[in-house]
Design a protein. Structure first.
Length: 364
């Protein structure tokens, strides 16, 4: 029997790299439980690429030791495993890969582009979706073009932009790095001094700080979607509760917050959220598992962020347990293979232009 090896890609140079390790090891073990042949591929903060079955064990990373796993490169439809001298010693054909990188080029289209060039189908974190929605400023522009309601916002590049930002958002305001997730670098400003300090803090992490209105009466509702079997599948809605008025890093990953699934919201609010998710996913021809984060205030629904590689791949919105998430992962991967095959069956135009260029000609 010939196994179809699935590469689970995680890590990368990002402030969210450790979160990616959690997602990647979870994903690898869900697929292994479902009987898949899995090759974990870890990208170190310095850009080195490592592979090996042992990388599916999160304790390897918790020890904080230098990785002893095998170095590798991705090329020609698979993973080339290197020996200690950097020479290729083995080639592993890859049936498909799934992107579990959070933030940076990993989520922002870089990893998707790398695997596309290598001729490997990639599930999740596609090039367009990743690049577009990792940038919260660009997300706002896209949502406006789709006539989707979002909170008023201003993109600040320096603390001197404070006055213009405040004039648009008012106080209180929420300030966050434009291209970072997991609530890293996020602040709520209730005074002018806090607003300026929040901008300075956010631009330590990114070139642009996104400033938007902060609604005191707000509910945070999330909904995810994926594409499998040729159709869009929507998840349940979740209501996330913060420990101190705004979801923090600790709320999301250290047990400080809590969530309720399914969210106890009016049916018309749920319909509005799911219709918006379906419309965006469909109109932009998105792929992979994507989580959409909403702010609900009274009868108003605002789309806040779009996460093309959500934490833990948002398994909890689709399934009651890790193990029962396997059919979703498998379905998304098979869809990626199908899409990749269809894309590469299209005609590639050969212009013949090189034949008309004289040999040895120089630019003038």
């Amino acid at each position: 029997m010939q196994f179809k090896t699935i590469a689970v890609v995680f890590g990368g140079a990002s402030n969210e790299s450790e979160i990616s390790v959690i997602t990647g090891t979870m994903c690898a073990n869900v697929l292994k439980y479902g009987g898949e042949d899995v090759l974990p591929v870890y990208i170190s903060p310095s850009g080195g690429m490592y592979c090996g079955e042992e990388l599916a064990d999160i304790s390897v990373f918790k020890r904080g030791e230098e990785l002893k796993s095998t170095r590798c490169i991705v090329e020609g439809g698979g993973v080339h495993i290197l020996n200690k001298r950097g020479k290729i010693k083995k080639f592993v054909p890859i049936y498909a890969a799934i992107n579990c990188c959070h933030g940076g080029l990993g989520e922002g289209g870089g990893v998707g582009g790398l695997f596309a060039l290598a001729g490997i189908p990639m599930a999740g974190g596609d090039i367009f979706g990743g690049a577009a929605f990792l940038n919260k400023h660009l997300t706002k522009i896209i949502l406006k073009g789709l006539d989707v309601c979002a909170l008023p916002s201003y993109s600040a590049c320096r603390k001197e932009d404070f006055a213009a930002a405040k004039a648009l958002t008012g106080l209180p305001a929420i300030i966050k790095p434009s291209r970072l997730g997991s609530s890293i670098g996020i602040s709520v400003a209730r005074t002018d001094e806090e607003y300026i300090a929040a901008i300075e803090s956010a631009i330590c992490y990114d070139e642009i700080a996104l400033c938007e209105s902060f609604l005191a009466e707000r509910r945070e509702i999330n909904c995810a979607a994926c594409f499998m079997g040729g159709k869009i599948v929507l998840s349940q809605c979740e209501e996330a509760f913060a420990s101190n008025g705004m979801l923090s890093f600790d709320d999301k990953y250290s047990g400080g917050g809590r969530s309720v699934i399914p969210a106890d919201i009016p049916q018309e609010i749920e319909n509005s959220i799911k219709n918006t998710v379906f419309a965006i996913y469909s109109h932009l021809n998105l792929r992979g598992i994507i989580r959409f984060d909403f702010i609900v205030s009274g009868e108003n629904v605002y789309l806040s962020e779009v996460n093309t590689v959500p934490g833990s791949l948002a398994w909890y919105l689709f399934a009651p347990s890790f193990k029962k998430f396997h059919p979703i992962l498998k379905g998304v991967i098979e869809q990626a293979v199908s899409d990749f095959s269809a894309e590469h069956s299209k005609l590639l135009l050969k212009t013949g232009i090189l034949a008309s260029v004289p040999s040895g000609s120089k630019l003038k």
